[in-house]
Design a protein around this ligand. Structure first.
Ligand code: FAD
Length: 414
C-alpha cells in the first residue's frame, strides 16, 4: 500500500508547492497529474482538444499497470467496464472461416485478471479522480517554452504566459513537446511496416462480444463487437514500408490511402470502406514505436507514447503510459527534477524495452505480408483452436512497483 507521510523532508516542508504543466489529457497525462498531485505538486493539464477525447479501439491494461490503477482506486470501476471478448474468428480472403480461437490464447492476457476496456472508459476513469484537484485547460496548447535557471517559461497558443517548475509531454506519438526538446520525430520513429485506420460503424452483422478478422497478404480487416451494441469498431491494417508522414495531419489523404489499398478486397470490406468515408471518429496512424536514448532534458520530461510508444501490436501502450506516469511522479516525490528524471529513466527503461521488444519490424504474427507467411499463420491458428490458452507474457509484469511516500497536499503548503 502507498503510505501517507506526515514527516516531510525539510526541503519540501519549507519550500512553496512545486508547479507542473502537463501537455496531453489522454492516458499518461491524467495518470501523471494524479500522482504528482499526491506528491504535493500544483498541476495544470493542457489539452488541445476541446474536451476529453473518447473513442478509439478497446485497449488492454495488464500486469504491472493493473497495480497502478488499483493504487489509484479505479480498478473496481474498470472491472465493471471490462469487455468480455469470447471469440476471435479468422477468415480467408474469400470470407470462409480459418479458425475460431479463445482471445487469450493469442494476446497472452490472463483471463479473469487483465482488463480490456474501451479507451474512452479508461480516460473517463482517470479524469474522474483528478478533475477536482488539478487544473485542466482544454482547447489550448503550448505554443513555445523556454527553460531558464528558475523554471520553464511557457507561452500558450491562447496567448497567456506562465512559469512552471517542470513541464511534461504526455502528448502522444507525434508529441510536439518532444519536437521542441529534441527535434523532428523521424529520428526516434521506428516504423514497423504497417499503417492502420480505426473507426466505428453500424453493427449490421449481428456480432456480439467477438472479433472477426479477414486477411489477405499484407492486409487485414477486422470488426470488433465489444458487446451487443448497435456499433462495431472497424479496423483496417495494411503493410506500408515507409511511414506516410504527409498523411498524418490530413484525414482526406488517410481515407484515400486506405481506400486505394483495400479497393479490390472481399468479405465486408466494401461496406467498411463506405463507412470509413463518413466516419467522424477516424483514428489513423503508422504502426510504429518511439525509441529515445533520453526521455528528459533540463526541467522537461516525456511520458507515455510521447517517450516510448510500443505500438498497438504489443497491446502495451496504455499499460506503459500508466506505469511510466506512476514511476515519473514517484521519482520526483522527494527529489528535484535532475535527480528525479534520472531515477525515472533508470528504473523504468528495462520495463519499457522488454515490452517494446515484444514485436519487431514486419513480424506481426497477426498480419503476415506474404501468401506463405499467411498460410503458416493459418496453420498455427487451426492448431491453437484445439489447444488451451497460452500463459501470460512475463514482460507485462516485468516491473514491481516501488512504494513512494505520499505527501498530504495541505502539509506541503503553496
Ligand atoms: C482519440 C484517440 C483515439 C485512439 N485510438 C487508438 C486506437 O484505436 N488504437 C491504438 O492503438 N491507439 C489509440 N490511441 C492511442 C492510445 O491512446 C495510446 O497509444 C496509449 O493509450 C498511450 O497514451 P498517451 O496518453 O501516452 O498518448 P495518447 O493517447 O496519444 O494521448 C495524447 C493526448 O495529447 C493530446 N495532444 C496531442 N498534441 C497536443 C498538443 N500539442 N497540445 C496539447 N495536447 C496535445 C491529444 O489530443 C491526446 O489527448 C488513441 C488516442 C487518442 C487520443
Amino acid at each position: 500500500m502507498t503510505s501517507v507521510r506526515t514527516e516531510l523532508p525539510s526541503a519540501v516542508r519549507t519550500s512553496p508547492r512545486r508547479t507542473a504543466l502537463i501537455s496531453g489529457a489522454s492516458i499518461a497525462g491524467p495518470a501523471l497529474a494524479y500522482w504528482l498531485n499526491r506528491y504535493g505538486f500544483a498541476v495544470t493539464v493542457v489539452e488541445k482538444a476541446s474536451a476529453l477525447r473518447g473513442g478509439g479501439y478497446p485497449i488492454d491494461v495488464r500486469g504491472t499497470a493493473l497495480e497502478v490503477v488499483r493504487r489509484m482506486g479505479i480498478l473496481p470501476r474498470l472491472r465493471e467496464a471490462h469487455i468480455e471478448l469470447r471469440r476471435l474468428t479468422f477468415l480467408e480472403g474469400d470470407g470462409s472461416e480459418v479458425a475460431s480461437v479463445d482471445p487469450h490464447s493469442l494476446t497472452g492476457g490472463a483471463a479473469g485478471r487483465d482488463l480490456e476496456v474501451r479507451r474512452g472508459d479508461l480516460t473517463d476513469a482517470l479524469y474522474s479522480v483528478v478533475r477536482d484537484d488539478v487544473e485542466f485547460l482544454f482547447d489550448d496548447s503550448i505554443d513555445t517554452f523556454e527553460q531558464t535557471g528558475h523554471g520553464v517559461d511557457v507561452t500558450f497558443r491562447g496567448g497567456s504566459r506562465r512559469t512552471y517548475d517542470m513541464v511534461f509531454g504526455a502528448d502522444g506519438v507525434h508529441s510536439r513537446t518532444r519536437e521542441f526538446l529534441f527535434g523532428p520525430e523521424e529520428q526516434f520513429h521506428r516504423h514497423l511496416g504497417y499503417c492502420f485506420a480505426g473507426f466505428t460503424m453500424r453493427n449490421t452483422f449481428g456480432l456480439s462480444h467477438e472479433v472477426m478478422m479477414w486477411n489477405s497478404p499484407g492486409r487485414a480487416a477486422a470488426l470488433y463487437a465489444t458487446g451487443d451494441n448497435a456499433e462495431v469498431h472497424a479496423f483496417l491494417n495494411f503493410a506500408h514500408p515507409e511511414p506516410p508522414f504527409d498523411a498524418f495531419r490530413n484525414p482526406q489523404a488517410q481515407r484515400d490511402l486506405v481506400a486505394a489499398v483495400f479497393a479490390d478486397a472481399g468479405w465486408e470490406v466494401p461496406g467498411m470502406l463506405a463507412a470509413l468515408r463518413d466516419a467522424d471518429d477516424l483514428f489513423f496512424d503508422a504502426v510504429s514505436q518511439i525509441r529515445m536514448p533520453r526521455w528528459s532534458s533540463g526541467r522537461v520530461a516525456l511520458v507515455g507514447d510521447a517517450a516510448y510508444a510500443p505500438s498497438f501490436l504489443t497491446g502495451q501502450g496504455s499499460s506503459l503510459a500508466l506505469v511510466g506516469a506512476y514511476m515519473l511522479a514517484g521519482s520526483l516525490a522527494d527529489r528535484d527534477h535532475a535527480a528525479g528524471f534520472a531515477a525515472y529513466e533508470h528504473d523504468t527503461r528495462d520495463f519499457v524495452t522488454v515490452n517494446q521488444d515484444l514485436v519487431g519490424e514486419g513480424d506481426a504474427a497477426l498480419f503476415p505480408t506474404t501468401a506463405r507467411a499467411l498460410e503458416q499463420r493459418n496453420a498455427m491458428l487451426r492448431k491453437l483452436s484445439v489447444m488451451p490458452a497460452a500463459r501470460e507474457r512475463p514482460a507485462h509484469s516485468a516491473l514491481t512497483l516501488p512504494e513512494f511516500d505520499v505527501i498530504r497536499p495541505s502539509a506541503a503548503g503553496r
